[in-house]
Design a protein around this ligand. Structure first.
Ligand SMILES: [Zn+2]
Ligand SMILES: [Zn+2]
Length: 459
């Protein structure tokens, strides 16, 4: 029943802060309380960490190398606060075992204390869930607690942060033999040259520990998918309900004339292409839109979401799911404007919205709320009225599209993603490619700094 481990997702920088604050004094155990919001679907569970609370020295009753006891008032105060906030449904307690130099596990005392606390919490607060984490200097163990009939049972959980720069724990490979075997496979397989450029450590993480979800696998999404496979990503979810048409063949990577003739699904065609390059890759084809309920379960398994669709409604949906799950989102988009005989704009942009960065497609003004409303109410009076008044177009407009622009922006997207693992360059939330006066690539920091403050969605 609990085959799929729960994922505890940390916002940018929070896991790092937790580690450094709790482990700075190796002479005694330390404690922190995290609040979280759970999403469950089809057996998957993601807990998004929403806040961290650190007790002051006065909040401890006792604190030694092998034990700690907090004043009850600290816990009660925080619980009242969490209950009032209404945005949280999970309590995660974190403590350290500073005496463990490497691998760490919950002790029998932890089992007993947490079991007691969980029973108390469940009896006291309705609908609150409980999880716990124990940290050593280099390792962690995490678990969730559930009531199963009369018993209180715990199930292993895993921690995920968004970037390699946060010193995240990669629990997938622990034994040295596995590391040696994985390294051998990478250095002697098709990633040998990539390993020389990106480093073995990056590729080990990319191949073993990371799953990417692509929403929209048309001209841009298919290029991104191909770049991901060539970069070593082994687990990819493709989400797109559309079928290949002859007019798509000028830009969809992996699509052949026969695919258009047979009117095949884009996700099936691109999946086949990816697995021809790397038969060991696990590619899931979901022939659904992101607004379909089943897309949520697929995206819950992903470390990064990439949205490439050209309509406001699906971008809005993708951003909402990313915020709900605490998952980082990359949005890639292109634009070609033709006036009369002239191309007046040919450009694209790649936006990275990580949880905790305080920006999203909404506050950056990249989503038109009227277009979202019109889509949500299409076929009803409100939607028709918006179309009639010219606020939005009534049907999918056939936009001009060329492969060169998609190829450049698609490759840039995967480059931006890889930088989250290598941290070769400092992070920029918005990159723009423009081919008007001539090809130009620049960071759009103006747009990021002038975003709407106190965003309803992401702040
Ligand atoms: Zn302990
Ligand atoms: Zn926002």
């Amino acid at each position: 029943m609990h085959d799929i481990p729960t994922t505890i997702r940390f916002p940018q920088g929070v896991f790092n802060e937790l580690q450094s604050r709790l482990l700075q004094d190796s002479s005694r155990e330390a404690f922190a309380l995290l609040s979280g919001k759970r999403t469950t679907k089809d057996g998957f569970c993601v807990i998004k960490v929403t806040d961290a609370y650190y007790p002051s020295p006065d909040d401890y009753d006792e604190q030694s190398i092998s034990s700690l006891r907090l004043k009850r008032s600290f816990i009660y105060d925080k619980l009242v606060k969490l209950q009032q906030s209404g945005n949280n449904d999970t309590l995660i307690d974190v403590h350290t075992h500073p005496f463990c130099s490497d691998s760490v596990a919950f002790s029998a005392v932890d089992d007993h204390d947490e079991d007691t606390f969980h029973r108390w919490l469940t009896a006291t607060l309705d609908g609150f869930h409980y999880a716990s984490i124990v940290l050593s200097q280099t390792d962690y163990a995490a678990r969730t607690w559930e009531i199963d009939g009369e018993n209180s049972v715990h199930c292993a959980a895993r921690i995920k942060t968004q970037t390699a720069g946060e010193n995240w724990p990669c629990a997938e490979i622990k034994c040295h033999q596995d590391v040696a075997m994985e390294s051998f496979k990478i250095q002697n397989g098709f990633l040998a040259r990539s390993a020389l450029a990106l480093g073995l450590e990056t590729l080990r993480r990319v191949t073993n520990d990371q799953t990417i979800g692509i929403i929209g696998v048309g001209g841009l999404g298919s290029v991104i998918a191909e770049n991901l496979i060539h970069s070593g990503f082994h687990a990819i979810h493709l989400i797109d309900p559309d079928r290949v048409e002859v007019t798509n063949l000028n830009r969809i990577v992996g699509a052949y004339y026969s695919d258009a003739e047979a009117n095949r699904l884009k996700v099936a065609v691109v999946k086949e292409h990816l697995q021809r390059i790397n038969p060991a890759a696990v590619v899931y084809a979901h022939a659904i839109g992101v607004e379909d309920e089943a897309a949520l379960a697929a995206l819950m398994q992903c470390d990064w979401l990439i949205v490439t669709t050209d309509n406001h409604f699906s971008r809005y949906q993708a951003q909402n799911i990313a915020i709900q799950l605490g998952a980082p989102l990359i949005s890639a988009g292109v634009n070609i404007t033709v006036e009369g005989q002239n191309v007046t704009d040919m450009s694209g942009e790649v936006i990275t919205a990580r949880n905790g960065d305080g920006l999203c497609l909404n506050c950056l003004g990249r989503i038109n709320p009227t277009a979202v409303a019109a889509h949500e109410h299409r076929g009803e009076f409100v939607g028709d009225e918006l179309v009639r008044r010219g606020y939005v177009s009534g049907h999918e407009v056939k936009e001009p599209a060329v492969k060169t622009l998609n190829a450049i922006v698609g490759a840039l997207t995967v480059d931006v993603l890889l930088n989250q693992y290598t941290y070769r360059q400092s992070h920029e939330p918005i990159w723009v490619y423009e081919n008007n006066q001539g090809p130009a690539l620049y960071a759009d920091s103006d747009s990021a700094s002038s975003r709407l403050e106190n965003c309803y969605f992401c702040s």
